[in-house]
Ligand binder design. Sequence first.
Ligand code: PLP
Length: 399
Amino acid sequence: MVTRKVYLDYSATTPTRSEVVEAMKPYFAEIFGNASSLHAFGQEARKALADARESIAAIIGAKPDEIIFTGCGTEADNMALKGAVWANSGNGNHIITTKIEHHAILQTCEYLETQGFKVTYLDVDSNGRLDPQTVRKAFLPQTILVSVMHANNEVGAIQPIADIGQIIAAENANRANPGASQIYFHTDAVQSAGKMKINVNELKVDLLSISAHKFYGPKGVGMLYVRRGTCMTPLFHGGHHERNRRAGTENISGIVGMAKALEMCATDMDAEQARQRALRERLEKGILATIPDAVINGSGGPRVANVLNCSFRAIEGEGLLLSLDLEGIAVSTGSACASGSSEPSHVLKAMCIDTALAQGTIRFSLGRLTTDDDISYVLEVLPRVVSRLRSMSPLWKGK
Ligand code: PLP
């Protein structure tokens, strides 16, 4: 019976910080008013909403009225893509994105293709990084939106968002009718918020999505930054909330929690990310030193500090995940399983990782509560588990 528990799946979700829970508590039963109500109960809730909006805007270099609260990162991504292309379809029907986006982007693009929009899915290099020049080469006169994620959720690759923003700004300035047929630029910053400094002006983006549960805030709340002047069609109708851009009574406790969580990450970001990076490096070196035929994916390019994506030849990622779970270690696989046959991850495929190798992939994602002892425990368990799985694998020939 294993008693030790080591959570290394912080990119999937994080525990809500106790200070965040405390900040949220009054907004369930005490300050419970509807922020749209004119009476004092409503106004108290409205004030909390305004304060949270101001705080988040200040952290990302935005103006408060550029923040739209949403129910999650997926909703923010849907709103960014559908909202921008629906509102600007008179100017064109072409979208540019990458092959390594989260499904919240990719499946929204696939849906938009069924509605008459054309989508270019750009390749990345073997480290999962996009060359900004490929964006420039993909421009068409009909291009109205570019969406490129800030940090990838599977391998952690950080994309050159500011460089892409610069290229889009130059293209917009050169257009025959500047201003009227603008290309908007969206980034999915769900995996970078709370881990990297985000400034919407330095990144030169018009739209940016984040999700609270990825940075020690509550689940069920996210945000879309929308630069002033960006034309958007709302996804929801039925109320004047969020300046007519997202109908629905606001989740005040969740929004207060998201603001608190983002503020807390900002206070010690550099030190905490350096700590996690050192732990990640210890794990990476330990794996390479003790396990033959292990490959680290994406390590040749810039990566967020907490992600380690690793492939082990001749085993199945899912089998490894389940074996580690029995030892109390929680990780995730890079691959999505469809009706019994595990398809290699679209991200590893785009990075041209050999399919057989990609099948044996797991993602470790570290977080604020990860300790040196946790890493020691993984380095003690993992070589034994990999070796046992390989001993049963017909693919592991006499190594
Ligand atoms: N975008 C990225 C890059 C993600 O990693 C995730 C979640 O894993 C999402 C979007 C979706 O966020 P949410 O879980 O808040 O819907």
